[in-house]
Design a protein around this ligand. Structure first.
Ligand code: MLT
Length: 254
């Protein structure tokens, strides 16, 4: 696998941001405003500027790609932050390589594997994406992405839609298959002593607050904050509140 495309901005301890589906690292443009931190933001394979490798498309492969990028950059350890699918990759990195993880930010995500029902709807979405292209992603996912009031923000909705449309159908299908096959991370979180910041939009309709509360209960060192007036993309909908929690968390780790 070629090295992932990435951005590397700011100075300080490394904070690696792993993006949700079906987006790219560009979705974290507001988080890069957090000062005193080195933001490393890859595009996971198949997304943004990163090519889709033919073989082994799995959440484990995403994690390996990210660790390979950190090796290339000479970054020993980092805080890993992930929204939704990015969170699945964070949990996989924790499982694969705990020694490199200083802390984790899990936002609008969950530790459980897909239910049979979720897998079936991924299969249907793959079929649609293969027939209709990336517009099918917008059609199926956009109505659930944001808190109801966020849909009034024309600039926000345009940015979200256009990032979704940029995802090539083949990459979307591969990532949907990878998410459907991902393992349950309950034991990984339960056994871990890593400091964790858990964030969730109060109106997240995809990975609701109950998921965040469950993750907090199972972890030894997790704090949870609910972001008001935000849905599944809390980091874009309420970047100030989101960033403030991250800034404090990272500062307290130093
Ligand atoms: C995401 O936002 O990354 C996806 O909704 C995650 C998923 O489909 O499980």
């Amino acid at each position: 696998m070629k090295l992932l495309a990435y951005s590397d901005t700011g100075n300080g301890d490394a904070l690696v941001w792993l993006h949700p589906f079906p987006f790219s690292g560009a979705i974290y443009h507001r988080q890069r405003e957090i000062e005193g931190v080195r933001h490393i933001v890859p595009d996971l394979r198949g997304f943004g500027g990163s090519e889709l490798a033919a073989a082994d498309h799995s959440i484990g492969a995403h994690a390996t790609d990210v660790v390979q990028l950190l090796d290339h950059l000479g970054v020993e350890n980092a805080v890993f932050g992930g929204v939704s699918m990015g969170g699945y990759v964070v949990m996989e990195i924790l499982r694969q390589t705990r020694a490199r993880v200083r802390g984790i930010v899990l936002a609008d995500t969950r530790e459980t594997a897909d239910t049979d029902e979720a897998r079936n709807s991924r299969v249907k979405l793959i079929e649609r994406v293969e027939q209709e292209g990336s517009a099918a992603l917008v059609d199926a996912m956009f109505p659930k992405m944001l808190a109801p009031d966020s849909y009034a923000d024309a600039a926000l909705t345009a940015a979200v839609r256009s990032l979704m449309l940029e995802t090539p159908p083949s990459s979307a299908a591969a990532a949907l298959r990878a998410m459907a096959a991902r393992p349950d991370s309950t034991e990984t979180l339960r056994d871990s002593d890593v400091p964790a910041l858990i964030l969730v939009g109060a109106e997240d309709a995809i990975t609701p607050r109950t998921d965040a509360e469950r993750m907090q209960r199972m972890m030894r060192r997790a704090q949870l904050h609910v972001i008001e007036d935000a849905g599944h993309l809390a980091m874009l909908e309420r970047p100030e509140a989101f960033n403030e929690h991250v800034r404090k968390f990272v500062r307290d780790l130093q």
